[in-house]
Write a protein that binds this ligand. Structure first.
Ligand code: NAD
Length: 368
């Protein structure tokens, strides 16, 4: 028996939208908090989507592929008509991937009346390319983060060229952000994941080679082209950008006190505790909030949903151009709100998101 959850937080802007997580430590409160963040994120990005989140309490590495498929299909059938293209649209998150999304949508379609099956394809996003997925979805969250940095780094007198960075997590989000930042001329100095921590000064870590290693071995441990270090040392490595891209609340006050960075870029959802954030801001370290930095994933999910509904497949350049436009506009919104309310960027991102939802409630009024 496995425990599964789906939380639907708000759908004033459109169908609920949010990832499905497979992890042993999830709880209902945890999923509720992540669903709220999805409402904020979709609103900040001005997407016609609401906020949801879901998951199953399981370590996907501990079961076979066949068991994983059966678990996914059983969970999807239990969700029944609570999900759907007009109702609630799941996507991948920690511990899930395009294959799992394919099993989800295949189950959904098989439980749908024949006339609605084509539309049924848009009930889940983050699908494999050959089965209704979008070009650019795999890298979308990392790519979106790079576009946000494109918009904010120059104002801080920084550029990608020669900027150094370290990351917690080298999964979907981490490995794409790492590779794309290195393509732009930045240097990856250290990585920590669930298997260990590695460090390489000078030329830095080869982000592509590390991605191949993680793909083959499941983690960064035993990557021979970098030195293995203790997790405690990892947090002390001086870098320009510190990028947590793993789980929630990993950067607490103790970790924040030893960080030596100029900007903390939240690639994971809620990776920084409130105490840690207060401390970092007092030290003059900029914290770029997750609902902006990692919104590239849901934005390309929205583009995938749009393509499925029109039975279209866009080229990668078109997806990237749309993503860039959305990320730039959202970064501008956050900067404007920070200026208007004279506040930090996280508060500003929530202001920009809530103002939009507030306007929609006000405009729509109450039925009947
Ligand atoms: P993933 O499962 O692909 O990768 C998770 C990474 O976290 C792995 O590298 C893993 O080793 C690391 N990790 C797990 N436990 C750890 C620990 N105790 N210490 C150090 N590292 C640990 O997940 P992902 O899809 O890359 O998601 C990462 C974060 O980004 C999550 O917060 C997720 O909600 C968020 N996010 C993901 C997407 C997406 O499109 N996948 C979109 C928006 C936000």
């Amino acid at each position: 028996m496995y425990k599964g959850y789906r939380v639907q937080h708000n759908n004033i802007l459109g169908p609920y939208k949010g990832g499905i997580r497979f992890h042993p430590d999830i709880s209902l409160d945890h999923i509720k908090a992540l669903a709220v963040l999805m409402t904020m994120k979709c609103s900040l990005m001005r997407l016609p989507l609401g906020g949801a989140k879901g998951g199953v309490q399981v370590d996907p590495r501990s079961i076979s592929q066949n068991e994983l498929m059966r678990l996914t299909r059983r969970f999807t059938s239990a969700l029944g008509s609570n999900i759907g293209p007009e109702r609630d649209i799941p996507a991948p998150d920690v511990g899930t991937n395009a294959q799992i999304m394919a099993w989800m949508v295949d189950t959904y379609i098989n439980l749908t009346d024949v006339p609605n099956r084509t539309l049924g394809m848009s009930a889940v996003t983050g699908k494999p390319l050959e089965f209704g997925g979008s070009h650019g979805r795999n890298k979308a969250t990392g790519q979106g983060l790079v576009y946000v940095l494109d918009e904010v780094l120059p104002e801080m007198g920084m550029s990608f060229d020669g900027a150094t960075f370290s990351m917690i997590g080298y999964g979907n989000v981490g490995s794409w952000a790492g590779r794309l930042l290195c393509h732009r001329g930045a240097k990856l100095l250290a990585v920590l994941d669930h298997t260990g921590a590695i460090h390489r000064d000078g030329a830095g870590i080869d982000a592509e080679a590390l991605a191949r290693h993680v793909e083959a071995h499941g983690g960064v441990a035993e990557y021979t082209e970098a030195e293995s270090i203790e997790p405690k040392q990892f947090y002390r490595v001086p870098v320009d950008l510190f990028i947590p891209a793993a789980l929630e609340q990993m950067v607490d006050l103790d970790k924040a006190k030893v960080l030596q960075c100029r900007v903390l870029v939240e690639a994971a959802n809620a990776p920084t505790t409130p105490e840690a954030e207060r401390y970092l801001l007092e030290q003059g370290i900029c914290v770029l909030p997750a609902i902006l930095c990692n919104a590239g994933g849901v934005t390309v999910s929205y583009l995938e949903w749009k393509q499925n509904r029109n039975a279209e497949t866009w080229e990668e350049q078109r997806v990237d151009a749309e993503l860039r436009r959305h990320m730039f506009a959202a970064a501008q919104r956050v900067k404007l709100a920070a200026h208007r309310y004279d506040c930090d960027l996280r508060t500003a991102s929530y202001c920009a998101a809530l103002e939009n939802i507030g306007r929609v409630y006000h405009t729509r009024g109450i039925f009947p």
